[in-house]
Design a protein. Sequence first.
Length: 478
Amino acid sequence: MRRSWLLQLILTSFLLLSYVNNGIAGLTSTFIRSEWPSIDIPIDNEAFVVPKGHNAPQQVHITQGDYDGKAVIISWVTTDEPGISKVQYGTSENKYEFTAEGTVRNYTFYKYKSGYIHHCLVDGLEHDTKYYYKIGTGESSREFWFQTPPKINPDASYKFGIIGDLGQTYNSLSTLKHYMQSGGQTVLFVGDLSYADRYSYNDVGIRWDSWGRFAERSAAYQPWIWSAGNHEIEYMPYMGEVVPFKSYLQRYPTPHLASKSSSPLWYAIRRASAHIIVLSSYSPFVKYTPQYKWLAEELKKVDREKTPWLIVLMHVPIYNSNEAHFMEGESMRAVFESWFVHYKVDVIFAGHVHAYERSYRISNIHYNISNGDHYPIPDKFAPVYITVGDGGNQEGLAGRFQDPQPDYSAFREASYGHSTLEIKNRTHALYHWNRNDDGKKVATDSFILHNQYWGSSHRRRKLKKHYLSSVVEQIVTY
Ligand SMILES: *[C@@H]1O[C@H](CO)[C@@H](O)[C@H](O)[C@H]1NC(C)=O
Ligand SMILES: *[C@@H]1O[C@H](CO)[C@@H](O)[C@H](O)[C@H]1NC(C)=O
Ligand SMILES: *[C@@H]1O[C@H](CO)[C@@H](O)[C@H](O)[C@H]1NC(C)=O
Ligand SMILES: [Fe+2]
């Protein structure tokens, strides 16, 4: 055990050096995890427990409900009858001073009939306040709580979790449980939720329901900021289901109108000191499309004086050196990469590839089809690209990386896990990737992220001197 700690420290120090000096080759972790079977948890397992009582609310989840974090959308499902869509809430337990009225709907998918899906916007909340809420009626009502974020403020500290490609296996459960011990306050989810589309006929709907009950342990208590992956598309003509994102859109609303988006699949929110932009890899994004025009406007609205941290979420990674899904992000890179560099995006999180990978700050924007550089080159204005598609779904790990490791790749490892981004103030954020090490959570890749807008090169030079010692210290005490 001691030896592996030491090894890790050495690896991490090496990583830091290569990060600082930029130019030393990246690292492919030699860790080989003992593979747990990547099978879905059986439907009658307690991980999917159905709450007791007639028409008891289940699959409870919340997401941010406005642009600035003073609202939440609360969603749940009832199965016996529509029931009421009312949320009672207040700032002290068992005392619900306020009421909000929601809506109820249902849908079919092949012959599967969904339960009654409730969505309720609770707005006008105070910042930085704990709220208790109650849904359902009588004996089968249920109570939960959440904490609103601090007011938009450039130095507000806040801890985000990043999870992708979660699914509903024993590995998924391990990832979720580890995340829940991390102190993360909001999940940035990078797509591929339930993997229900791996099933056929009525089981698709049934596995969306089980996933809703599975994720509730976290998603009922803190917002999950959703982005859509390929497993949400569910284009399944063999059973007459051809409307993309049908189940996902019925079940997981987003506050897209607050950022003037015309679709719940792409939108933006501001939370604490972060401006978070969610893109859809599987919706049109080339020039003149709604997503393209919307992003052009949204980027202009970003105010780094108020929200220093600019974070983008998407499903398909733009820089990936895994054999799996290699170059699938090229089309979006060709359209948006120059904007990401121009607007000095801090970090871009993606999923899709079932492994972990982090890039150096690089860009490849000088190429055009008649001429120009056509390799990624170091670029201090470029974002860091991080792939966290390692939530642990039934498709297993993507274990084959391109060899040799491309220059743009800083660190990669095929293990399950999640990340956290702990924003400290306008200049500093601590980033960790945590491997699910067969029951233990191990911080494997970690570094200090300097803000792209506020971290001047002068400031950065001064920081470099203290870089190594302080980060190693912080890893040891994690
Ligand atoms: C929705 O629920 C109503 C009321 O129970 C039912 O009559 C209707 O068939 C359901 N619709 C769908 C699409 O399942
Ligand atoms: C394409 O690249 C060449 C060579 O760098 C440059 O001269 C030309 O202006 C570029 N064209 C456009 C449209 O960017
Ligand atoms: C920001 O946070 C970092 C890390 O905690 C700290 O070293 C630095 O002094 C802080 N800067 C400001 C301006 O508060
Ligand atoms: Fe995917």
